[in-house]
Write a protein that binds this ligand. Structure first.
Ligand code: APR
Length: 244
């Protein structure tokens, strides 16, 4: 582990007035959840168009079968790892002000983080496409597919599909956070998906220091990253926390 970079990153964090974290699928790899891209990525096994909102409305049962197998089954037993837990602790200690995540695996929520903006929604809840009623996603409710609301309407996961817009509340809260951000931890993301991918760029363009944790370079690394710690998140976050 590059000690000099750890010391530089921990100084940026200590000196920050408004630290934000921006996380992607990589932070959950060590919790056993596969990423979307890269050798083991979901998109190397499944055609992303099957996760388009138009496919869901046309073939709700087929779409739900994929969604349950790929997401809900995988998320069910996943536990937050050290990286999630350290971010929750940094929030508790008032060091981390906001956490913006692209992930829908609920692991930040389970780790105890509450100042979280779920930019792509979450898999805790389902919403009826007829009456809009929300309900909690339980194993029972997912036994028969597609799951239905009491009104008879089909229930859709509260995460966004390709072709859907970002929840307005998430956009508003993220823009507000970026305006105040003077340091950002960018953890486990390729930065290849937009508009989420613009968030670190916006922070950088406002003068924020960018600390990136990723075992591989990303879309950000050689353009906006000030401190690139080329390691897995769980290990680094534990060491970083000890230095604060
Ligand atoms: N620690 C930190 N980063 C890791 C680790 C690890 N242990 N293992 C892998 N990574 C990095 C990879 O190097 C890669 O940069 O995590 C990143 C995973 O990239 P993606 O799978 O593309 O995930 P992400 O960037 O979050 O995708 C963004 O794309 O398909 C959409 O909606 C989906 O939210 C997702 C969005």
């Amino acid at each position: 582990m590059n000690r000099e970079k750890i010391l530089k990153a921990s100084k940026i964090i200590r000196d920050s007035q408004y630290l934000t974290a921006f996380t992607g699928a990589g932070i959950s790899m060590e919790s056993g959840i596969p990423p979307f891209r890269g050798p083991m990525g979901l998109w190397s096994k499944y055609d992303p168009s099957l996760f388009d909102i138009s496919y869901f409305y046309k073939h709700p049962e087929k779409s739900w079968r994929l969604i349950r197998d790929i997401f809900f089954e995988t998320f069910k037993d996943a536990k937050p790892n050290r990286a999630h837990l350290v971010l929750a602790r940094l929030e508790e200690e008032g060091i981390l002000k906001t956490l913006i995540t692209q992930n829908i695996d609920n692991l930040h929520f389970l780790a105890g983080s509450r100042q979280v903006i779920e930019y792509h929604g979450n898999s805790r809840e389902l919403r009826c496409i007829e009456c809009g009623e929300k309900t909690t996603a339980t194993t029972e409710i997912l036994e028969s597919l597609p799951p239905r609301c009491n009104c008879g309407g089909i229930l859709k996961p509260e995460f966004i599909f390709f072709g859907e817009g970002i929840p307005e509340e998430a956009v508003r809260r993220s823009e507000e956070a970026v305006r105040k951000t003077d340091a950002m931890l960018v953890i486990g993301t390729t930065g290849e998906v937009f508009p989420a991918g613009m968030i670190p760029e916006a922070a950088y363009s406002k003068g924020a220091s960018i600390i990136e944790i990723n075992p591989e370079p990303s879309n950000y690394t050689y353009r906006i990253t000030d401190v690139f710690i080329r390691e897995k998140a769980a290990r680094v976050m534990g060491i970083l926390y000890e230095e604060l």
